[in-house]
Write a protein that binds this ligand. Structure first.
Ligand code: E4P
Length: 217
């Protein structure tokens, strides 16, 4: 399973990239606004920090505008993935871009039939938002399972990029279903490494080691 970080904070991205565990980055207009930085500059900077795909989202709502914006964004790095919304215009833009060899991430997916359309449009990634789905009383993970079944039934190679991940249990469930990617806020990636018994165990080992008076080096 690939791990993407969902942020436009370059300090966080740099730190996570240094772990060797990071496979890519996703951003959206809200994350760009939160960063307080210039969109073009921050995407160019992120593209240099990681080797994997960096999703940059178009703002236009019509296909032509999306394609013009995509052209500008693709100039920012070889690893730019164009993120388009799951609308008819977005799907048309996805089809045109993917036919031309561009990686497209179709975002704001909330149903399995939407995901089916994204795959038919040649998307490299589809982003179902599990957290926002849960928030309104639906089961985000059953959406992931349905998409997995459909994609496997027809051997679509569109990758399921689980988005709007709020906690490690989302990652666990997505991995059990066989989702291809999870994009997470930096804090969720770090939380995956935490366990109170690991901390307690280390405290015990440190205390006992100190009693030996030894050192390894
Ligand atoms: C993914 O590409 C989105 O940017 C993101 O996961 C949205 O998450 P949110 O629902 O926490 O805003």
């Amino acid at each position: 399973m690939k791990f993407f970080v969902d942020t436009a904070d370059t300090t966080e991205i740099e730190a996570l990239a240094a772990t060797g565990l990071l496979d890519g980055v996703t951003t959206n207009p809200s994350l760009i606004a939160k960063s307080g930085k210039n969109f073009i500059q921050v995407i160019a900077a992120i593209a240099k920090l990681v080797d994997g795909p960096v999703s940059a989202e178009v703002i236009a709502s019509d296909t032509r505008g999306m394609l013009l914006e995509a052209e500008r964004l693709l100039g920012l790095g070889d690893n730019i993935t164009i993120k388009v919304p799951l609308t008819m215009d977005g799907l048309r833009a996805c089809k045109t871009l993917s036919d031309n060899g561009v990686m497209v991430n179709v975002t704001l997916c909330f149903s399995a039939t939407q995901a089916l359309l994204a795959a038919k449009a040649g998307a490299a990634f589809v982003s179902p938002f599990v957290g926002r789905h849960d928030d309104v009383g639906f089961d985000g993970m059953s959406l992931i399972a349905d998409i997995r079944t459909i994609y496997d039934n027809y051997a679509f190679d569109t990758e399921i990029l689980v988005a709007s991940v709020r906690h490690p249990v989302h990652v666990l469930q997505a991995a059990k279903i066989g989702a291809d990617v999870a994009t997470m806020p930096p804090a969720v990636i770090r939380a995956l490494a935490n366990h109170p018994l690991t901390d307690r165990g280390l405290d015990g080992f440190d205390a006992d080691w100190a009693k030996t008076g030894q050192s390894i080096l």
